[in-house]
Design a protein around this ligand. Sequence first.
Ligand code: BGP
Length: 477
Amino acid sequence: MTVSKKFPQHFLWGGALAANQSEGAFQKDGKGLSPVDILPDGKHGRKDALAAPLKALKTTYDYYPSHESVDFYHHFKEDIALLAEMGFKTFRFSICWARIFPNGDESEPNEAGLSFYDQVIEECLSYNIEPLVTINHFDTPVALMVNYGGWKNRQLIDFYLNYCQVLFKRYTGKVKYWLTFNEINMILHIPLFGGALDISEESNPDQVLYQSAHHQLVASALATKLAHEIDPTFQIGCMLAGATYYPYSCNPKDIWAAIEANRTNYFFIDVQSKGYYPKFAERFFKERNIQLEIMPEDLETLATNTVDFISFSYYSSRLTSDDLSDKESTEGNVFASLKNPYLERTEWGWQIDPLGLRITMNDLYDRYEKPLFIVENGLGAKDILEADNTIDDTYRIDYTRNHLIEISEAIADGVDCLGYTSWGCIDLISASTGEMSKRYGFVYVDRDDNGNGDLKRYKKKSFTWYQQVIASNGEKL
Ligand code: BGP
C-alpha cells in the first residue's frame, strides 16, 4: 500500500541517535563516565541500579551494555553514509558532556573529545545533512553526581553554560539547531538520567526533583541567551517526552485526572516556551511541601530567553483515571499507562496510537504557537536477520507510515512542523532496559543482548521504504 501525503517543501526528514546509547568507546580519548556507563542490563539489575546510582557505582556488574554499544564512535563514517543514502536532510545526535569535560567542572575542554564531534559534524555537512544537536541527552557526567550531588546543586548551571559556550563557539556556522535537554520532564521519572541525581536517601524527593528542574530550566534559558548572542541564527529548542493523557471515561473525575497528569508535562514547556511558571504550580508545590529557591534574577532570565521551537518525543498516548486501583496498566516510555482497549501494543507493551500524535501536535501547537519538531518516534521490535542477510520489518514500515500520515494531518490542521527524526535510525541500546534486541532502526547492527556480534550493519526493508518517503517528500508513504 502506498499513501500520498503533503509535507512542507523544506521538511527536515531524518533520524536520531544519542551518544549514551550508541557511541560505546566509554573511556576512549579521555572521556569521563556517563550515567549509563555505571548501569548493567535489565537482566542484571538495571532497575535497582537506576533507583540507587551511588550504590550502583560501587558495584561491579558482569555486563555493561553501553561500554561498547554499537560503537558509533568508530563507525560514524559508515553510519552517516548510510543515513545519506536514505536521503536524510537532518541527523539528530547528542554530544557527550563527559567527552568534552570528563569531570564536568574543568575550565578547559578535552580537545580529543571535541575533535570526534568535529568529524561527525563535517561528515554530516559533506552530505548536506543538517546536524540537530542535543546538548545533554541523559548525559550529565557521573563526576558531577559524585562531587556536587548532580543538578540539585546550582553550580551545575555554570558548568553546563561553560560546556555550551565551547560548543556554540566551535560549531557556529556549522550547526543551526540545538536542543538544551533531552526529555526535560524525565528528571521526575529517571532522576539519574535526567539530572545525575540519587534520590534514594532523600526525605522529600519532590523537593529535590523540582529544585533540580528549576536549575535546568534556568540553565536552558541562559544557554538560549548565550546561543543567540554568539550566533543570532541559532535555533534553540526544548525537548519534552510528549504524549497527551486521555481520560479513562467521561466521568468528570477522570477528565480532571487527565488534566492534572498533562500538567506535570506542560509544566516544563510552559516555563521554557512562555517564560514563566504556570499558575497551577503554586498549589502543586504547596500541597507537596516544595519550596523552590529562586534567585531574584531567575524569573527575568526565564521570561526573556524562551525557546525558538518545541521538540518532543512521541511513542504512544497515555491513559489515566481518578481511580487506578481496579484497572489494568501497561508499559510505556518510562512510566506505565492504563491499558487502552482501543489500541494495540508492541512486544514491550507500549500502546500504538498514531492518531494520538496528531492530538499531541494540536495540543502543543494550540498551547504554545511555536514550530514543533518531532525528534523521536519509532517502533521497538525484535528483528530477525535472515540467512540471506535481509530483515523484513514490515511492521516498522506500517508503524512509521501511520504516524507520518497523522503528522501530515496535523500539518493540514495548521500546525507548523519543522521535521521528523525517527528514533534509533541505526539500532542502539535501549535506555530503559539496556537491551539490544529492542531495535528501532532502519539499519540493523549485528550485536545481541550479551554483547556478542561483529557490529556489522545491514539495511532493513524499512531502509528502502524510508528512502522513497524522503525522495518523494512524503508523497510516497
Ligand atoms: C526516550 C529516550 C531515548 C530512547 C527512547 C526509547 O525516552 O529519549 O533515549 O531510548 O525513549 O526508549 P527505550 O530505549 O527505553 O525503548
